[in-house]
Design a protein around this ligand. Sequence first.
Ligand code: PMT
Length: 403
Amino acid sequence: MLKGKEIILGVTGGIAAYKAVELLRLLTKAGANVHVIMTDSATEFVTPLTFQTLSMNPVSTSLFNLISEREIGHISLADRADLFIITPATANIVGKLAGGIADDMLTTTVMATKAPILVAPAMNVNMYQNPIYKANEEKLKSHGYLFVEPAKGMLACGWEGEGKLQEPRVIFEEALAALSPKDLTGERVLVTAGPTREELDPIRFISNYSSGKMGYAVAIAARRRGAQVTLVTGPACLDEPWGVDTVQVVSTENMREVVIKKAAESTIVIKSAAVADYRPKSRTGEKIKKNAEPLVLELVKNPDILGELGKTKGDRLLVGFAAETGDLLANAAKKLMEKNLDMVVANEIGLEGAGFNVDTNIVKLLFRDGRKEDLPLMGKIELADVILDRIVEIRKQARGARC
Ligand code: PMT
């Protein structure tokens, strides 16, 4: 995800400095080349050697000297940086940056960079609420600085409240967002994901193998690209994506109720959920007891949510998925037309590396204008971006046609 990206990680002196180590690990694991700059006080909390070992780059502290300049070349580093992250950011560093102070390696390099700057503050709740701090933060925001606001919780100083450094995974997510094109800004995207469950009795249900990975990847990628995202998900063992409005549902009827309501407020709908087409005709309130007789289940049809959305499509951009075990293209093309879709993402269930509960997928894209596109095996987050790229292209074509 971050291969080839140059990131500068500024660490200042707060007890949360240890969390910067976890963030560094996430960044390097995603392929970024990270240079760490520490303030003097940061070195009181975590040693430079820790960061040097993990980043495999020399770490500079606030001792501004020509040797480190020659070794690291901070000004050239500032020029090459794709992103600058300051984590944790103390009230002091925010104040210095807002005041244009450049008296050490960190503030000098920030002053020299043209890269986006992502600031993750962490401090005592009273400091965080101090109007002087707030004015400094607002000033930096007015100059385009990005902030990952602190979480609420028990603070190291014993106070409870806002000021706790956000989790590294959240800061990492915001870093990815800062590096993403904002070509979905203004779009309200509704994504469905995961399986549905149709209960037989309080203990048993009918479901499928969907893990939610595909839909969650689409929701995450859309948010990074500036969209306002709602994710309607069946039961899935995945963290709710940061910055996404997630609604948990269970049955197809549950999902339909939420999706029809949310779709009315959406400009793009992407339906990757594996929705049960049938449910038991009757559901008992008690556990079905086994006996010598075979158990015969009568199933009745569930609502076709995508089909219903297709009937009231309007200007909304509608993307469906097709999960097939044969005649993939023919079945997908049928869905494309019958459900009035703009695009269908077709995946062959049973194909190695495709479909349910794997981190990759192999799909064919079919478009309303008859075009087809075969995509190779790729990660679901990478595929999510390709799906969104095609949606942006459809949008542009539609706008071009109107002009
Ligand atoms: O979640 P993962 O483990 O990552 O797996 C991803 C996936 C395999 C679930 C995903 O890539 C996928 O194929 N999702 C669609 C699964 C599905 O239900 O396909 P379908 O061909 O049965 O349905 C066609 C379309 O109609 C889908 O967009 C589905 O959301 C929708 N549908 C289906 C039935 C129904 N009653 N209402 C619907 O809206």
